[in-house]
Design a protein around this ligand. Structure first.
Ligand SMILES: Nc1ncnc2c1ncn2[C@@H]1O[C@H](COP(=O)(O)OP(=O)(O)OP(=O)(O)O)[C@@H](O)[C@H]1O
Ligand SMILES: [Mg+2]
Length: 231
């Protein structure tokens, strides 16, 4: 199976050598763990280092906030957009039914090989009915596979929702081929950031929980270290 480089230092190593091409990765964790940062890094590094253009569909933060925020890591998304290597989809919540069509045409237009949807939890704010929401998430996964994109779907874990719950609605992990879980948990008197490859379809991967940091170059995972968190 072909693997691509995520662009996140250390992440490929815990995933058994990279992200399987054309597959879907769920990146999940509680609020503020770094899901948007990891996702933006995947897109930025893809477009600047690996010749893979990207599309970012955000149901949460508006584009200017994400762009402003990631400037501190030296990522200039405006420039990538001008160079035609990247597109940020400005989502209109009143036209949810159009969003997948816009996604498909944007992927074609940019020639994107990498896509981020941040987050599918926020889809639930716009699609009220549970069955409809499941169908929507499933349809999204079908589109991304058909378009031959390697994609990150962001999901949220509601804190205190109990051990073993990987996503907001409990369906996200089933449409995804791989699941990466981010933790921000207590260890003695401080909080630590930790990351785990929960599943990687068709590949051996690390079964440990590893520390990661958000620093001035973005996210760095430490594949040779173990994190100790109180759960
Ligand atoms: N320069 C920095 N150095 C270290 N940590 C930073 C820096 N900038 C931001 N952070 C950390 O990144 C976190 C936010 O990351 P991000 O927005 O990617 O998380 P998220 O999981 O997408 O959050 P949300 O659930 O709100 O969408 C902040 O809570 C902060 O702790
Ligand atoms: Mg976010």
């Amino acid at each position: 199976m072909e693997k691509i480089k995520s662009g996140i230092t250390g992440l490929d190593e815990i995933m058994g050598g990279g992200i399987p091409r054309n597959q879907l990765v769920l990146v999940t964790g509680t609020s503020g763990t770094g899901k948007t940062t990891i996702s933006t890094q995947f897109i930025h590094e893809g477009a600047t280092k690996y010749g893979e253009n990207g599309v970012y569909l955000s149901f949460e933060e508006p584009d200017y906030l994400i762009k402003e925020n990631v400037k501190q890591y030296g990522w200039d998304l405006d420039r990538l957009e001008k160079e035609g290597k990247f597109s940020f989809i400005k989502y209109d919540p009143f036209h949810i039914e159009d969003v997948f069509e816009i996604l498909q045409s944007t992927i074609k237009q940019v020639g994107a090989r990498r896509v981020v949807v941040d987050s599918i939890s926020a889809l639930g704010l716009h699609v009220k009915d549970d069955a409809e929401l499941r169908r929507t998430i499933f349809n999204l996964s079908v589109i991304l596979r058909k378009m031959k994109c390697t994609s990150i779907l962001v999901s949220e874990i509601v804190s205190g929702s109990g051990e073993g719950k990987l996503s907001r609605y409990g369906v996200e992990e089933f449409v995804a081929d791989s699941v990466i879980v981010l933790y921000y948990e207590r260890s003695h008197s401080a909080f630590v950031r930790a990351i785990q490859a929960w599943k990687v379809r068709g590949s051996a991967h690390s079964e440990k929980i590893h520390p990661y940091k958000i620093g001035n170059t973005g996210v760095i995972v430490y594949p040779h270290e173990e994190a100790f968190i109180e759960r």
